[in-house]
Design a protein around this ligand. Structure first.
Ligand code: NOJ
Ligand code: CA
Length: 558
C-alpha cells in the first residue's frame, strides 16, 4: 500500500510542463456511470483504474472527475457530505490514490470537481446548524433568515431555486435557509472565515494527494450580498447581471476568494490548475480565467449554438480574442452531464439545438424520437467534434461522446433520479438521459458496465454504440475520436488560427500554424474540397468534394 501512496505523490507531474492545460483534451468521467468493478450496479473508482488503457488509447491528456465524495445523491453527487473522503460505494481513499498513480503512470492528469457553493444537508456543519440556535456560529456558516408572518411561517422571500420550486426551506423554528439548487443543497455563507479556510484545507488535501487541478462548480455563485429586507424574485430578475453587483450571481468580490485559492495552487509545482463553471456574460469570463484567479473558465457558447457556420465562426473569433486578452486559453465543450448529448441535440429542429431547455422540452413533448433525426444528429456531431478538436485551446469531452452516444430520452419516470425532473413536472426532462452508464460490450445485463443491471436503464440500441462494436469499425465515432486525438498531438501548434475566406457562407475554413487546415461544411450540399492532403474526415469524402455536414483536416506544403 505505502509504495502506491508514495508513487501517487511522486508522479503528480507527468511531464513537468506548467502549461499542460492550455490545449489539453480533457475527458469528463461521471464516475457512477463509467465502470462498476464490484457488481453493485454503480460505477466506482477501481472501475476507472481498470479502464485506463482505454483512456490512454483514446488519447486524452487529462480526466475531469465529477464528484466522488460521500453523498446521498440528491443531485448526482453535487450534494457533498464530506469534501475530503470518497463515497464508500465508489471506493476508498486508497482506491483514489491507486487511481491517481495509475493515471499519472499512463501520462494522464486528473482534475477533480469541487463544489463550494453548497454542501449537502447531511454535511456535519449543516447538521450542527440545525441542532444549534438562531444566531449561533454554526448557523452563520450557511444562509439562514427569519421567516415572515406569524411564527416565521412564510418564506423570507419568494425566490425560485435554479432547479425549480422554492429556494428557501423552513427548519421548524421560524428560520429558513437558502438553497440555490435542491433543498438538500444548503448554500454556504462565503463571508464566513471558517468556510473560506475549510475550502483551502480541501484544496490542499487533494493537491497533496496528487490531483493536478479542480473544476469549480457554480463558480459565479459563492459571493452573495443579501440586503435586508430581501428583494423579491421579480426584483432579482430585473437586477443587472453584468456589473458585478447582482445580489446573488457573479459579484465582483467572488474573485477575492479565487485569489486566495490561487495562492494555494501556486505553492505546488507545477501549480494546480482550475477551470470555472461560471454561467456569466461572455465578457465577464475573463476574470475567472485570469492567472491571479482560477486560470481558466468554461466557454459554453458552442454548446448553446445551433449547428450553423455563422454562429460557430462568431463564437470562435470572440472567444479566441477574449482568451488572448485574459492570458488564458479558451475551452470548448459540446456535451457534459447537464445537457442533452450533442449527437441528439443536433438532430433536433435548428432553434431547439441551441437552447438547452427548449431542447429538453422538445424531447419531453414529442415522445422523443420522432422529433429527432438521429442520423443527421450524429453526422453533425461528428463534424462539430472534429472541428472543435482542431481549434486552439482546450477541448472538454464527456464520456460516451466518443461513441456518438445518443441521449436516452425514453426513460421510465420511476427510474429517473435527477431533481430537475422531479421539481419541474411536465416541463423539464431532467439530465438522466445523458448520465446513463456507457456501453463497453454488446452483452447484457449492462453492456459491460457491470455484471449487474445499471442504475439508470440502458436501451438495447446501446449495443451498437459499445466500445466493442465501434473499435472494430474504422468508420465508427470511436475510431474518428482516436485518430483525431492522436493527430491533434502530432499537429498541435500555437494557439492561433487564420480564417480562409469562403464564397459559400455554409463553409468554415481555418488554418493553424504548421499548415494544419480545418474545413467544415455546415450546409447539406457538397462543395469543392480545398487542395491538400486529407488527414482526417468526419464522414466519407468523395474525390475532390467535401460533402454536406462534414469536416476534414488537411495539410498543405509550407
Ligand atoms: C453544476 C453541475 O454541473 C450540476 O450538475 C449541478 O446540479 C449544479 N452545478 C449544482 O451543484
Ligand atoms: Ca460498484
Amino acid at each position: 500500500m505505502t509504495d502506491v501512496l508514495d508513487t501517487a505523490r511522486e508522479t503528480t507531474n507527468p511531464t513537468g510542463d506548467a502549461n499542460w492545460w492550455r490545449q489539453a483534451a480533457v475527458y469528463q468521467i461521471y464516475p457512477r456511470s463509467f465502470t462498476d468493478s464490484n457488481s453493485d450496479g454503480i460505477g466506482d473508482l477501481p472501475g476507472i483504474t481498470q479502464r485506463i488503457p482505454y483512456l490512454q488509447q483514446l488519447g486524452i491528456d487529462a480526466v475531469w472527475l465529477s464528484p466522488f465524495y460521500p453523498s446521498a445523491l440528491a443531485d448526482g453527487g453535487y450534494d457533498v457530505d464530506d469534501y475530503r473522503d470518497v463515497d464508500p460505494r465508489l471506493g476508498t481513499l486508497d482506491d483514489f490514490d491507486r487511481m491517481v498513480a495509475a493515471l499519472h503512470a499512463a501520462g494522464i492528469r486528473l482534475i477533480v470537481d469541487i463544489v463550494p457553493n453548497h454542501s449537502s444537508n447531511r454535511h456535519p456543519w449543516f447538521q450542527e446548524a440545525l441542532a444549534s440556535s438562531q444566531g449561533s456560529a454554526a448557523r452563520a456558516r450557511y444562509i439562514f433568515r427569519d421567516g415572515l408572518g406569524p411564527n416565521g411561517a412564510e418564506p423570507p422571500a419568494d425566490w425560485t431555486s435554479t432547479f425549480g420550486g422554492p429556494a428557501w426551506e423552513p427548519v421548524g423554528d421560524g428560520q429558513w435557509y437558502l438553497h440555490y439548487f435542491a433543498k438538500e443543497q444548503p448554500d454556504f455563507d462565503w463571508s464566513n472565515r471558517e468556510v473560506q479556510d475549510d475550502f483551502l484545507t480541501t484544496l490542499r488535501f487533494w493537491s497533496d494527494r496528487g490531483v493536478d487541478g479542480f473544476r469549480v462548480d457554480v463558480a459565479h455563485g459563492l459571493a452573495k450580498n443579501l440586503p435586508d429586507p430581501l428583494p423579491s424574485q421579480a426584483e432579482l430578475d430585473a437586477s443587472d447581471k453584468t456589473s458585478g453587483t447582482h445580489p446573488m450571481w457573479d459579484r465582483d468580490e467572488v474573485h477575492d476568494i479565487y485569489a486566495a485559492w490561487r495562492e494555494v495552487f501556486n505553492t505546488y509545482d507545477p501549480p494546480r490548475i482550475a477551470v470555472a463553471e461560471a454561467w456569466v456574460e461572455p465578457s465577464r469570463r475573463a476574470r475567472y480565467a485570469s492567472s491571479g484567479g482560477l486560470g481558466q473558465a468554461f466557454n459554453f457558447d458552442l454548446l448553446e449554438a445551433e449547428f450553423d457556420a455563422e454562429q460557430f465562426r462568431a463564437i470562435i473569433t470572440y472567444n479566441l480574442a477574449e482568451a488572448k486578452a485574459s492570458g488564458s486559453s479558451t475551452t470548448w465543450v459540446f456535451s457534459n452531464h447537464d445537457v442533452i448529448r450533442h449527437a441528439t441535440r443536433y438532430g433536433l429542429p435548428p432553434r431547439a439545438q441551441g437552447e438547452i431547455k427548449k431542447g429538453m422540452a422538445w424531447l419531453l413533448s414529442g415522445g422523443t424520437y420522432p422529433l429527432v433525426d438521429e442520423e443527421a444528429g450524429l453526422r453533425r456531431a461528428r463534424a462539430a467534434s472534429l472541428l472543435m478538436l482542431g481549434l486552439p485551446g482546450s477541448a472538454y469531452l464527456y464520456q460516451g461522446e466518443e461513441l456518438g452516444l445518443p441521449e436516452v430520452a425514453d426513460m421510465p419516470p420511476a427510474k429517473r433520479q435527477d431533481p430537475t425532473y422531479f421539481r419541474n413536472p411536465g416541463v423539464d426532462i431532467g439530465r438522466d438521459g445523458c448520465r446513463v452508464p456507457i456501453p463497453w460490450t454488446r452483452g447484457r445485463p449492462s453492456f459491460g458496465f457491470s455484471d449487474h443491471e445499471a442504475h439508470l436503464p440502458q436501451p438495447s440500441r446501446f449495443a451498437d454504440y459499445s466500445v466493442e462494436a465501434e473499435e472494430r469499425d474504422p468508420r465508427s465515432t470511436l475510431s474518428l475520436y482516436r485518430r483525431a486525438l492522436a493527430a491533434r498531438h502530432e499537429l498541435q501548434s500555437e494557439e492561433e488560427l487564420v480564417w480562409v475566406e469562403q464564397v459559400n457562407d455554409a463553409v468554415l475554413h481555418f488554418v493553424r500554424p504548421g499548415e494544419w487546415h480545418v474545413v467544415a461544411n455546415f450546409g447539406t450540399i457538397g462543395v469543392p474540397l480545398p487542395d491538400g492532403e486529407v488527414l482526417l474526415a468526419s464522414g466519407p469524402v468523395e474525390l475532390g468534394v467535401l460533402p454536406g455536414e462534414t469536416t476534414v483536416w488537411l495539410r498543405t506544403q509550407a
